[in-house]
Design a binder for this molecule. Structure first.
Ligand code: COI
Length: 417
């Protein structure tokens, strides 16, 4: 059933043949055909093949993945890349494969394929480059302690959020099933880059972008859905130590009616200025206030915010100007199951003054304790240089579940092996 490798014409064959890799290995180390999600019509099959070409079937179609990089020793399913897993930080490490799926002019995403990770080629007139028509997601995969099984966390939530964002940005989006199958295929193809248990996670970055050429302001005529991955450690340089925030009083991240509530790329470009200024002054990040009253907490550049007072947990409610974080939502559910009262409401900046604990949540940051917040020159500190008791409890319950260290009573994890 093998046929010529299909490469999308607008994506260059500019593969990175792992010059920086510490070792080479058989790219798909699956000894038998694997079918992910047998109940789904979009089964993904990755077959061991002596000719180094694997087949990947999405939505009933079959395309061939490009597996022509240097192959050498065969590997077991528990093999991991030979890198310094104790110092991975949060920077891009090129991995083996990325997933690419194009959208035709009818707005339907069809056959997707795994390609060698590498640069892509787009028109200078692409909608994403000229008019910012782009969305992204952030997800993580953890290797379980058995070294073999890998857990995804609520991937359907990211798929749904991307679909909601796409609607706001006038873009077609992959179905939830297409999205989840693509993520699974990408993680499995890059399995050796999932850190050993306890050493971090594989960060998954799904992108949706207008790659068709457009000159006048209009939605792009074509779209690309792409998933790449990178092993990561802690997001903040502080590690799991508390971060120091400054309340931003000049710049705003979002406006009512704007795009602050969707994960569009422009939201992140817009915060770079304030973030750079804050970092140059020694702060970890910026806490934004609402742009109308300049009084209510919104979010930090890369994560949502929570405060704790007398064991009641409060967080700004979702009303279009903050990102509906999946970690935020999960922490709210975890907190309620742990018996805490959680309020989603307007939280004033003044409430920071007498909060017992403040913490941030996000896929990248997980649960990050806040050690201090500076507002109008006044600094309020929390805790003793570590997690407060409430945020520590929530962090432990959530991460134990994500890493497969505790039973998943919430049914949030998806196992890949
Ligand atoms: C994430 O938490 O995954 C995000 O998308 C935030 C990003 C700025 C790293």
């Amino acid at each position: 059933m093998e046929r010529a490798t299909t490469i999308s014409p607008s994506l260059s064959q500019n593969y990175l043949l792992c010059p920086s890799r510490a070792f080479t290995t058989r790219l798909h180390s699956f000894s038998t055909t694997r079918s992910l999600s047998p109940s789904s019509s979009s089964s993904i099959k990755v077959q061991h093949s002596s000719s180094s070409v694997s087949s990947c079937s999405i939505n009933g179609g079959t395309s061939l993945t490009r597996c022509n990089a240097v192959l050498s020793n065969s590997s077991s399913s528990t093999e991991v890349a030979d890198i310094d897993w104790d110092n991975i930080g949060f920077g891009l490490k090129p991995t083996d494969y990325m997933y690419v799926m194009k959208c035709n002019l009818n707005g339907e995403f069809s056959e997707g394929e795994l390609q060698r990770f590498g640069n892509i080629e787009v028109s200078p007139s692409a909608g994403v480059l000229n008019y910012g028509q782009g969305l992204f997601e952030g997800m993580k995969a953890y290797r379980k302690q058995d070294g073999k099984n890998i857990l995804l966390f609520r991937p359907q939530e990211n798929a749904t959020r991307m679909r909601n964002g796409a609607e706001r940005m006038c873009m077609p989006a992959p179905s939830v099933d297409q999205f989840v199958q693509a993520v699974k295929a990408t993680v499995l193809a890059n399995k050796r880059w999932v850190p050993p248990a306890g050493k971090g996670s594989l960060y998954i970055r799904p992108l949706l972008m207008g790659t068709g050429a457009v000159l006048g302001l209009a939605p792009a005529p074509e779209y690309t859905f792409l998933v790449y991955v990178s092993p990561v450690g802690n997001y903040f340089k502080e590690g799991v130590a508390p971060i120091n925030l400054i309340v931003e009083s000049e710049f705003h991240r979002a406006t009512p009616g704007g795009t602050g509530g969707v994960k569009t790329i422009g939201n992140y470009a817009a915060v770079l200025k304030a973030q750079s200024i804050a970092k140059s002054k020694g702060y970890s990040d910026v806490l934004y206030l609402d742009c109308v009253y300049k009084r209510y907490l919104e979010e930090v550049s890369s994560c949502n915010i929570f405060i704790v007072k007398d064991n009641v947990i409060s967080t700004p409610e979702i009303k279009g100007t903050i990102l509906p974080g999946i970690t935020r939502k999960s922490i709210i559910d975890v907190a309620r199951t742990q018996g805490f009262k959680v309020e989603e409401r307007d939280v004033t900046v003044d409430e920071l003054l007498d909060a017992d604990e403040v913490f941030c949540t996000g896929t990248a940051v997980v649960v990050s304790p806040v050690g201090s917040i500076t507002h109008k020159g006044k600094r309020v500190s929390y805790g003793e240089g570590s997690f407060g008791p409430v945020s520590e409890k929530l962090y432990t319950v959530l991460t134990s579940l994500q890493m497969g260290l505790s039973e998943d009573n919430m049914n949030w994890t998806v196992n890949l092996s």
